[in-house]
Design a binder for this molecule. Structure first.
Ligand code: HEC
Ligand code: HEC
Length: 288
């Protein structure tokens, strides 16, 4: 039933947008993502157990991009997102706030201090009793440890520092926890993922679970994974954070969207991250 309904919804979408929704365009499933000729990333692997009823295999969005775009992510000198990651490393090392500290003052060299962290975020913070995204953790350290102003949730600086932190997990498998204290948040995120909204009556699943591999407008639909985030998008020529992308996708369904940093998007991020458990963190990836 859901399948039929989604096909109807797509017909509506095609009419509403005056655009074509087309049949399958094959991603080259055997393309290999090897960065700088040496860092081999997992872009295709068995779905995590919690997803087995829905899909067998999970794919990085990289596999759905054109060869030229794919190639740009395979060379750090060509990937424009690496400039933002470098700017993020400078922010990490810069003293800011009333305490006269930088991130490095407490966490040491970024390659050591931030290693592996991106792979397990969003994550439960016991002291605060909340699920935290990387952006929230960065701002918490800025405010409570550095006496510095928080960055705007979606901003150039936040995108840069999260890029720098994410790069320290490049190649590590996404491995967010979905049980224990985060279970309720995860369930909320799952609910949001499957809820149809907007005048087009589409859920995340309508596009990214039921139609990945198909074309929508000029876009080759992926599974909407976030293992590659933050991503540098050629379309808007900047770093895009997870909640920015969620916002754009919700808007495409002609629905009211949640705000970046809202409890709804935090829950959705945890859930979407868990759908990618097993794919490599790509650090700063490149998309169109
Ligand atoms: C004054 C010391 C201090 C400074 C400066 C500081 N932090 Fe932290 N940071 C901590 C402590 C202590 C924790 C662990 C407690 C917690 O989880 O809240 C932590 C936790 C973290 C974590 C989570 C680690 C994990 O295991 O999940 C990240 C990521 C992080 N900090 C990043 C940063 C960044 C980025 C900056 C600079 C914007 C920064 N921190 C500045 C003390 C600091
Ligand atoms: C109308 C179809 C549609 C819906 C509904 C939709 N998206 Fe998307 N989404 C796209 C398109 C098109 C792209 C760009 C091509 C791609 O990567 O799939 C995209 C890209 C993404 C990406 C980037 C993937 C990458 O590797 O760069 C994420 C993450 C994402 N969507 C998440 C979501 C979430 C979460 C929802 C539900 C709130 C959602 N999308 C709903 C069409 C949709």
């Amino acid at each position: 039933m859901t399948k039929l309904k989604s096909i109807r919804a797509f017909a509506v979408l095609a009419v509403a947008g005056g655009v074509a929704f087309g049949g399958a365009a094959q991603a080259d499933e055997n393309a290999e993502l090897i960065v700088n000729g040496e860092i081999k990333l997992v872009t295709k692997t068995a779905a995590p157990d919690h997803l087995k009823d829905a899909v067998d295999t999970i794919y990085s969005g990289w596999l759905f991009r054109e060869t030229g775009t794919q190639a740009m992510q395979m060379d750090d000198f060509v990937n424009p997102g690496m400039l933002d990651a470098e700017a993020g490393i400078e922010l990490y090392n810069a003293v800011d706030g009333t305490e006269g500290k930088s991130c490095a003052s407490c966490h040491g060299d970024i390659a050591e201090g931030m290693k592996g962290l991106r792979a397990v975020y969003p994550k439960w913070n016991e002291a605060a009793g909340e699920v935290r995204t990387m952006e929230m953790q960065v701002n918490d350290c800025r405010e409570t440890r550095m006496g510095a102003e928080p960055y705007k949730y979606i901003s150039r600086e936040m995108g840069q520092i999260v890029s720098a932190v994410s790069l320290q997990s490049r190649g590590e498998p996404v491995n967010v926890a979905i049980d224990g204290p985060v279970a309720a948040t995860w369930a909320q995120g799952k609910e949001l993922y499957y809820t149809r909204t907007g005048i087009l009556d589409l859920s995340c699943a309508s596009c990214h679970e039921e139609n990945y591999g198909n074309m929508i407008r000029a876009d080759h639909l992926s599974q909407g994974q976030i293992n590659g985030f933050p991503v540098y998008r050629l379309n808007n020529a900047k770093i895009n954070q997870v909640h920015d992308r969620f916002k754009g996708c919700v808007r495409d369904t002609r629905a009211e969207t949640y705000n970046p940093g809202s409890s709804e998007f935090i829950a959705l991020e945890l859930y979407v991250a868990s759908r990618g458990n097993g794919l490599s963190v790509e650090g700063v990836s490149l998309r169109n």
